[in-house]
Design a protein around this ligand. Structure first.
Ligand code: 5GP
Length: 189
C-alpha cells in the first residue's frame, strides 16, 4: 500500500466557473483522505445553503472578532463580503494526516501561497469570459450589481491563472473532475 501524503490544496477560479459542481462530484469519487474546508462568510445564505455545511454564516462583528484573534489562515473581502478560512481546522486536519482543500478566491489564495509555499495550487478557468458571464447570469442567484462586481473580480482572477501549478479548463464537467482526481492522486499518493 502506498502512503498517503497530506497536502494543502488551493482551489481557485472565478465566480460562476463551476467550482461547486466540480467539487461535489470530486468528493463523491475520492477516498476520505481529503476534506473540504468550510469557510466563514458574512454574506447571506442563498436558497438551499445550510449553515455549517456550505459555510459558517456569521455577522460582520463576529468575523472582525475572529480577525483580531488571528483565527484565519487567510481572509478576504470579496464583492462586499468577508470570506475566511479557519486556521485551526486546517492545522488539525493536516495533523490527522488528511489533505485539506480550500475553495477560495484569488486574494486569499495568494495569501496562502505566501504562508504555505508547499501548498498545491489549482486554478479553474472557463472556456471563455462570455461563457462565464452566461453561467453567472444563468444561476439567477445574484443581483445585477453583484454580477457586475463578480465579473470585475473574474477579470483580475483570470489574469493571475499563471501563478498556479495547475490550470483546469471547465468545458465539460466530467472531464474537469477527472483532471482534478488525477492531480489529487499524483500529489498525495
Ligand atoms: P460565493 O459567494 O459565490 O459562495 O463565493 C464567492 C467567492 O469567495 C468564491 O470565489 C469562493 O471560492 C470564495 N471563497 C469562499 N470561501 C472563501 C474563503 O474562506 N476565503 C476566501 N478568500 N475566499 C473564499
Amino acid at each position: 500500500m502506498t502512503k498517503n501524503k497530506a497536502k494543502l490544496i488551493i482551489f481557485t477560479g472565478p465566480s460562476g466557473v463551476g467550482k461547486g459542481t466540480i467539487l461535489s462530484d470530486f468528493f463523491k469519487k475520492v477516498d476520505n483522505n481529503i476534506v473540504y474546508s468550510i469557510s466563514n462568510t458574512t454574506r447571506n445564505p442563498r436558497d438551499g445553503e445550510i449553515n455549517g455545511m456550505h459555510y459558517f454564516f456569521i455577522s460582520k462583528e463576529e468575523f472582525e472578532k475572529l480577525i483580531n484573534e488571528n483565527a484565519f489562515l487567510e481572509y478576504a473581502n470579496y464583492s462586499g463580503n468577508y470570506y475566511g478560512t479557519s486556521k485551526k481546522f486546517v492545522d488539525e486536519k493536516l495533523k490527522e494526516g488528511k489533505s485539506v482543500l480550500l475553495e477560495i478566491e484569488l486574494q486569499g489564495a495568494l495569501q496562502v501561497m505566501q504562508k504555505c509555499p508547499e501548498a498545491v495550487t489549482i486554478f479553474i478557468k472557463p472556456p471563455s469570459f462570455e461563457e462565464l458571464e452566461k453561467r453567472l447570469r444563468g444561476r439567477h442567484s445574484e443581483s445585477e450589481e453583484a454580477i457586475q462586481k463578480r465579473l470585475k473580480a473574474a477579470k483580475e482572477e483570470l489574469n493571475n491563472a499563471n501563478k498556479f501549478h495547475y490550470v483546469i479548463e471547465n468545458k465539460i464537467v466530467d472531464e474537469a473532475v477527472l483532471e482534478l482526481i488525477k492531480i489529487y492522486n499524483k500529489e498525495t499518493k
